[in-house]
Design a protein around this ligand. Structure first.
Ligand SMILES: Nc1ncnc2c1ncn2[C@@H]1O[C@H](COP(=O)(O)OP(=O)(O)OP(=O)(O)O)[C@@H](O)[C@H]1O
Ligand SMILES: [Mg+2]
Length: 225
């Protein structure tokens, strides 16, 4: 369970002004739940996702991950908890261009203990789930946009995270590829029983997710209204 309580976050702009992105925001996300976050550009959706994924820290408030308070944890403890708990999918795939699909998916496993053979098995299983075994040796520029995003999904799932955080996962794809990627993501998430938080501008995505919240003026409100 992810539990943000009375949290706030502001950002210092290059002009020297401060932009208050989140104000006294509270949010509880239950295990296995799927949640879509909508909102206008620049409202702080990616910032919120970064906070949920422990890539960024709160200015005030509390954030508990599976009951553990994260405020005040040292970088090492945060990195451990982040690696154990979260898988990230980014809008622009963020694959490493010099690495093959296989190596990109393997990357999150490299700093973990474990045998090479087991690691390779996990990578092939993840590539198989997204239908890309036969593209394992391709580098990102030798893959279509939809294939690159499927590699990114495999990378997000390969270490069996409890929570997938997806920041506009279909933002760089055409409508039909985007729909296919989403169907795949929703099915994988359902099969694995993991929690999904997806930031999106796409009403189509939101329509497929039970719980939809809209971020506006630093607060979350029901996005179905
Ligand atoms: N490191 C930073 N330094 C200064 N300003 C930043 C920084 N990161 C984000 N911002 C500003 O904070 C605001 C919120 O950014 P954020 O990326 O969270 O918005 P968003 O809701 O994800 O927008 P979009 O829908 O366009 O992706 C924006 O106005 C952005 O310019
Ligand atoms: Mg964003």
């Amino acid at each position: 369970m992810l539990e943000l309580q009375s949290c706030c976050k502001s950002i210092r702009l290059p002009s020297g002004d401060t932009l208050q992105l989140l104000r006294d925001l509270s949010l509880k996300i239950l295990p296995g739940e799927s949640l879509a976050i909508l909102g206008r550009s620049g409202t702080g959706k990616s910032t919120l996702l970064g906070l949920l994924g422990l890539l960024d820290t709160l200015d005030c408030g509390s954030y508990r991950v599976d009951g553990q308070e994260t405020v005040g944890l040292c970088d090492r403890a945060l990195a451990n908890l982040r690696g154990r708990t979260f898988g990230f999918i980014y809008q622009r795939f963020c694959l490493m261009s010099r690495l093959s699909a296989f190596q990109n998916v393997e990357a999150p496993l490299l700093h973990r203990p474990g045998r090479r053979a087991d690691r390779h098995k996990a990578v092939y299983e993840a590539l198989d789930k997204v239908g890309l075994i036969e593209r394992a040796k391709h580098k990102p520029d030798q893959l279509s946009g939809g294939e690159q995003q499927r590699v990114a999904i495999a990378r997000a799932l390969v270490h069996n995270p409890h929570v997938i955080l997806a920041d506009e996962p279909t933002g760089s794809l055409d409508r039909s590829t985007g729909t296919m990627i989403l169907r795949l993501l929703f099915n994988l998430v359902k099969e694995a029983g993991v929690t999904l938080v997806v930031v999106t501008h796409e009403p189509l995505i939101a329509a497929q997710i039970e719980r939809v919240l809209e971020l506006s003026n630093g607060a979350l409100k029901d996005g179905n209204l």
